[in-house]
Write a protein of this length. Structure first.
Length: 238
């Protein structure tokens, strides 16, 4: 906690039914950073996110959150420590209203929320305030993504894991969401680790990028390289 790192994995292996997907992943994220994980379909990006939140067990290696080993903790315990997770495909509760989805986000985290938290979330995502009484299943993809992010924010996370937030969302909304995440990071200091294949979202949000291939981190892209669109494209096509 004192060295400024929020997340450290060392030699992390995990997978499904004894079949490894992640193969010795090492990553280091500092407090307040926004880090992207990029790579082709099926290389293990979602598996990495699920391993970090604890939906998949660590087979070998270690995961530390603020210096504390979390490998043996389930997803609920990790959420209570301040790790928030927005899954790929968003998974809002379709029959519940926007408001109910937000309240569930707070109760599953088990963390106390400041009184004005929901208003602040409505400030970031005004569409959620407008649609607070509407069932989540009737929202557009972009609105559902905003709701999924709002729901995780209700748990007052210190670090958010975001899996492909741009998927199935129209480009102008993707950019809006990316800018809001940057603003959230700047104003609250929340750390963000996100999986993404959308070049706009990566360039707006990421301060640094890990490149994954076949269950391993094969490269790291520094900020100045992120300014080069063609270079980022090459990495996405590895
Ligand atoms: N529940 C599961 N059971 C068994 N194998 C799985 C399961 N989920 C994913 N896999 C396999 O693990 C590998 C990595 O999948 P993962 O979903 O992590 O990839 P990804 O990089 O997130 O891909 P995408 O970009 O398509 O979301 C793939 O070979 C996939 O088929
Ligand atoms: Mg995925």
């Amino acid at each position: 906690m004192t060295d400024g790192s929020i997340l450290t994995t060392r030699g992390l292996w995990s997978g499904y039914g004894g079949k490894p997907v992640l193969q010795s992943v090492d990553m280091d994220v500092r407090e307040g950073e926004i880090v992207a994980v990029i790579g082709r379909n099926g290389v293990g990006k979602s598996t990495l996110m699920k391993s970090l939140i604890g939906l998949i067990a660590t087979a070998k290696g270690s995961i530390a959150y603020r210096g504390q080993s979390v490998d043996r903790l389930g997803a609920n315990r990790r959420a209570r420590l301040g790790i928030g997770y927005v899954p790929q495909g968003r998974d809002v509760f379709p029959r519940m209203t926007v408001l109910e989805n937000l309240l569930v986000g707070q109760s599953i985290s088990g963390r106390a929320a400041p009184k004005d938290l929901m208003d602040r979330i409505f400030g970031y995502f005004p569409i959620l305030a407008e649609r607070r009484g509407q069932r989540a299943g009737t929202l557009s993809g972009g609105q559902q993504q905003q709701l999924a992010i709002g729901r995780v924010l209700m748990g007052t996370p210190s670090m958010i894991l975001l899996d492909e937030p741009s998927e199935g969302i129209q480009p102008n909304i993707v950019q809006d969401i990316a800018r809001i995440m940057v603003e959230l990071n700047a104003t609250t200091g929340v750390t963000i680790v996100f999986v993404e294949q959308n070049i706009d979202m990566i360039r707006i949000m990421a301060q640094r990028c890990y490149v994954m291939d076949k269950g391993r981190i094969t490269d790291e892209i520094a900020p100045h390289v992120l300014e080069d669109r063609a270079a980022v494209r090459r990495f996405l096509a590895v």
